[in-house]
Design a protein around this ligand. Structure first.
Ligand code: FMN
Length: 211
């Protein structure tokens, strides 16, 4: 089976892309509007793309009624945002933040998520998040009538105490209950990992003589 994307509608493309590229990490993005309201909303068209400069990208769509999302407007106005990562204990709060509330509503107040100041930007971060990245917008790419890609640079990282060894910078996976988005209403925990050793060409040839 194959699909010619030119012949598909937007919702059909969304269904195929978002149900196969899984699980996706979830950025619970916190921003502060020029009205002083602290906003938070989840975005799973999100990932990290480079470490030099440390780069994240968010895919921001219009609301179904065509209105610009609070996150999009706040990043446009301030050039700042926080990517808070989502673990199991804050998954339900994340889901409340996905409700299309009016712009005067702060999802911090509705969910009880705790505001914490950032070091380098005015937007607030979420105390309960295991990891939070303070970011500044580098560029916004308008890739379609209703879709912006925000490219951001990470300025500062906050990590819950005990999660990362300060000497080795290794994460303790047994304490990291990060969740990924599958599709629709489905999420997945990270349950079990396996290792595949990275080899040099020489090592691969040594182990595979004659190939
Ligand atoms: C897990 C999850 C991931 C989401 N990912 C995106 C996304 O990548 N892009 C997007 O535009 N909306 C996404 N949404 C929908 C927004 O979170 C939702 O429209 C939210 O109300 C926007 O809030 P805001 O207006 O405060 O920014 C997602 C929702 C959920 C539950």
């Amino acid at each position: 089976m194959e699909f010619d994307f030119a012949k598909l509608t937007g919702p059909q493309r969304y269904k195929l892309l978002s149900s196969t590229v899984v699980p996706r990490p979830i950025a619970l993005v916190s921003t502060r509007g020029t009205n002083g309201i602290d906003n938070a909303a989840p975005y799973s068209f999100f990932n990290v793309f480079a470490e030099n400069p440390p780069t994240v990208v968010l895919g921001l769509q219009l609301r179904p009624d065509g209105v610009v999302k609070d996150t999009t407007r706040n990043i446009r106005d301030t050039g700042e945002f926080v990517v808070n990562l989502v673990d199991r204990p804050i998954a339900e709060a994340m889901n409340v933040c996905a409700i299309d509330f009016e712009e005067e509503v702060s999802e911090f107040d509705l969910t009880g998520l705790t505001r914490l100041p950032c070091r380098s930007i005015a937007a607030l971060r979420i105390a309960e998040a295991p990891v939070a990245f303070e970011c500044k917008r580098v560029v916004t790419l308008s890739v379609g009538r209703d879709r912006d890609l925000v490219v951001g640079e990470v300025l500062h990282m906050h990590v819950r105490d005990g999660l990362i060894d300060p000497d080795t910078l290794r994460i303790d996976l047994s304490k990291y209950q990060i969740v990924g988005r599958m599709f629709g209403d489905l999420y997945t925990p990270v349950e079990g990992t396996f290792a595949l050793e990275r080899m040099s060409p020489e090592e691969w040839r040594r182990r595979n003589p004659g190939r």
